[in-house]
Design a protein around this ligand. Sequence first.
Ligand code: MGD
Ligand code: MGD
Ligand code: MO
Length: 767
Amino acid sequence: MTTSRLTANHWGVGRAQVVNGRIASVTGHPDDPDPSPINGNIASSLNGRARILRPAIRKSWLEGNRTAKPRGRDAFVEVSWDHALDQIASEVQRVRGDHGNESIFAGSYGWSSAGRFHHAQSQLKRFLNTVGGFSFSEGNYSYNAALVMMPYIVGPFRQHVAQATRWTVIADHSDLVVMFGGMAKRNTQVSDGGIATHRMQDNMRKCAQNGVEFVNISPLRSDTDPVLKAEWMPVHPGSDTALMLGLAFVLWSEDLLDHAFLERYCVGFDHFEAYLSGKADGIPKTPEWAAGYTGCSANGIRTLARRMAKSRCMISVAAGVQRADYGEQPLWMAVTLAAMLGQIGLPGGGYVIGYGVNGNVGNMERLFRWGSLPQGKNPVENYIPVAMIAEMLLNPLGTYAYRGTTRTFPDARLVWWAGGNPFHHHQDLGRLHDAFQRPETVIVNDLNWTAMARHADIVLPVAAAQEREDFGAGKSDNALVPMHKLADAPGEARVEYDIYCDLAARLGTKAAFSEQRSSLDWVKHIWKQTQASGASHGVDLPDWEAFQAGDVIKIPDPSPNQVFLAEFRSDPVANPLPTPSGRIEIYSETLASFDLPDCKGHAYFFPPRDLQTGQGDLYLLSGQPKTRLHSQLDNGDYSLSYKIKGREPVLIHPEDAARRGVSDGDIVELSNARGRCLAGACVTDEIMEGSIFLWTGAWWDPDFNAPQFRDRHGNPNVLTHDLRTSSLSQSPASHSARVSLHRFEGDLPDITVHDAPTLYSEPGRGS
Ligand SMILES: Nc1nc2c(c(=O)[nH]1)N[C@H]1C(S)=C(S)[C@@H](COP(=O)(O)OP(=O)(O)OC[C@H]3O[C@@H](n4cnc5c(=O)[nH]c(N)nc54)[C@H](O)[C@@H]3O)O[C@H]1N2
Ligand SMILES: Nc1nc2c(c(=O)[nH]1)N[C@H]1C(S)=C(S)[C@@H](COP(=O)(O)OP(=O)(O)OC[C@H]3O[C@@H](n4cnc5c(=O)[nH]c(N)nc54)[C@H](O)[C@@H]3O)O[C@H]1N2
Ligand SMILES: [Mo]
C-alpha cells in the first residue's frame, strides 16, 4: 500500500511516499517554488547500514576496564533497554552524589531535528532538570562572534537578524549590494526548525530584473546565484577587515564620509580615524596596504569605495566570515564602514549581517511564539562558551577569559549528548578525540553510528523525526506543518520522550517529568498553546485533528517592509540603541577597558594565525554543504552522489592542481600539523588560486593505523584549529586553517564509517 504524507525538516516541507510502512522517497512540497534537494537523502539514510538499532555499551566499559581501549576505537556490546537504562540511572546518581550536578555536562549543542515536541535537547534538559540540573553551553557555532560582539556596538544580534531589511526592499531600493562572503543559495535552503517556502531564488530574480548590482567578495565565485551576474572580487580568507579598512581609507581621504551621520548616530569615530589614517600606529590603511593582504588590486578597492559612496548601497556580511580568526573584527568594521557611508536605517542601504545564514533572513519572521516543551529550571549556573568543549574536558576546573571576565570550567565527569555531533561541529578533531578520553562516562543518543556515537560508553538508539508524531514550526518561519509518523523506528530504537519517562521512573521523578502525559498528549498540549498564542494575535488556528488532516498553514510576514534600524534613524533620542551610549559604538569604552590582546577599542586588523605561524601553503575553507545539513544523512543517496570515489569533494583551482600534478577526480591528501585527511579533487576555477574548499559534514572516519589517524573520508575539522576567534567571545574559527595538499598515491582505503562498528551481543541476548 502506498500513501503520501507530510514531513517537515530544517531544509523544508516534504511529501513522503510510504510503501508498506517504509519510507520510499521524499520530494518537496508542490507549493514550494524551490524545494531543497536534501530531501533526497532521507529514505536511504533512515534505512541505512549505519542506523543504531539497539542500545549498546562500549566493550571495555562494560567489562569494567574502562580505559583498556580508547573511546572512539572500541567495539560495542548490544544490551537490553533495561540494562542500558539501569546503567545510566546509576551513573547519574553516582556523579550527582559524589561530585554534584555541575559535574553533569549536557550542553549538547547541535541541530537535532525539526518538531516542536520531540526536540532532542529540550527533552534531555527537561529530564536532567528534574534530577538537579547540569552544566550547559552558551551560544552557537553559527554566529557566536556576532552574538557576543554586537551588543557592545549596536545591539542584540538575534533581534537584529529578525529585523533584517527585507529582500523586497532591496529589490526596490538598493543600487548595489556588496557581499562579504557572498550569498550562497545552498545555505538559504535551510532554516532552524523548518522553512516552508524557499524564497531566495525569486528574491534574486527580482533583484536582477530591477537592475540591482551585486559584488561577491569571496574566495568562491559560486557564492552567488548566476542570475545576479555578480562581479566577483576574490579575497584571501581572513582579510575582509583589511579590505574594508582600504575602502574606508578611500572614503576618508576623498572626503566621501557622511559627517552628519557619524556625529548624530555614532560615538568614537575619532579613535578609529587615528588608526585608519596611521596617526596611531604609523601605518595608513591605504588601498595599497589592503591589497597586500587581500589579493585585490588597490585600484579595484578605490573604484569600489567610490561606487559605494555614490549608490544606495547595502553591505552584507555572511556569518562564515566571522567563523574565523578574530571574527569579531569584520563585523565591527562592516558597521564602521556602513556608518561612514551614512545609509544605516535607509531603505536598501546600511548593513546586514547574516543574510544567507538561513533561508528566512530578510524574508520572514514569526508573528507569535509557538508552544514548546517547558524545560523546567536548571539549578546549576555554570556554563561554557559553546566552542570550549575540548578545552573544558582537558582542563577541569581550569580558568579562561570570556566577555572581559575570568571564568572557571566545571569538572565534567558525565557528558550526555543528544541531537548534535561534536565530531562534526568542533575543530581539531584529533584534540577532541583526546579530550573525550577524559570524562568518566559519555552517553549519546543518535540515529546513526556517527563518530560521536562511537565515542560514547552508552549509546541509545532513537526514533527519527519521520518515525514519531509532531508538528513543525521554524524558529524564524511563519508556517505550521503537520509531521506524521510515517514509519516505525527500526530495530529497538525508541522515541526519546519514552526513554526519559523510563529513566525518570528509575530516579523517582516520573511525575515531574511527564506530568502524566503521553507523548501524543504533549504534542496536542503544545498545539493548544500555539492555538492560544495565535488567537491573541488574531490568527485562528484549527483544532489538532483538523490541522493533522490538512496542509501546511502559512501566516504572512508581520513586517514585510522592514528596514533595519529605521526607527533608530528616524529618532535616535526616542529610540536609542541598547549600547552604553545609545548610539553605534565605533569606539567602545567597554571593550577597550577589557584590555584584550585580540580585541581592541575599535575595529582592528589581525592577520590569520596560521599565516603568522607558517602553516601550509593553501587556505582551507570549510563551509556548509549543498548536499545535506551538516553531517546529517551523510550516508544518504543525494550526499553520496557528490562524493568522488566515496570521498568528500575538495575544490581546487586549476593552477594549484597543475602545480601538484593533480587532475580532476584524483584522490588527494590534505595535511597540516594538526591532522590529515583524504578527499576527491574537483578542479575548478570557481575557487580562487591559493584557497581550497572542503565541505563540512563527511562523517569522521579515522584510520588509527595511519599517520595522524588519517581520516579516509574528508572531514575538514581534522585540519582546523581549536584556538577560537578571540578571548572576548571564544567563538569557533573554522574558516582559518592553512594546509598542504598532494596527490594520494597509496592504496585507497574503504570508507568504514557508513557501516556500524563491531557489535557483540550481550550473553543471553538473542541476535
Ligand atoms: N569546519 C567547520 N566546522 C563547522 C562549521 C563550518 O563552517 N566549518 N559550521 C558550524 C556550524 S555553523 C554548525 S551549526 C555546526 C553544526 O553541528 P551539529 O548541529 O552538531 O551537526 P548535525 O550534523 O546537524 O548534528 C545533529 C546530530 O543530531 C542527530 N539527530 C537528528 N535528529 C535527532 C533526534 O531527534 N534525536 C537525537 N538524539 N539525535 C538526532 C543527527 O543524526 C546528527 O548526528 O557545525 C559547525 N562546524
Ligand atoms: N545546504 C545547507 N545549508 C545550510 C547549512 C547546511 O549544513 N547545509 N547549514 C546552515 C547553518 S547551521 C548555518 S550557520 C549557515 C551558515 O551560513 P554561512 O555562514 O553564510 O555559510 P558558510 O558556508 O560558512 O560561509 C559562506 C561563504 O563565506 C565564504 N568565506 C569563508 N571565509 C571567508 C572569508 O574569510 N572572507 C570572505 N569574504 N568569504 C569567506 C565562503 O566562500 C563560504 O561559501 O548555513 C545554513 N545553511
Ligand atoms: Mo550554524
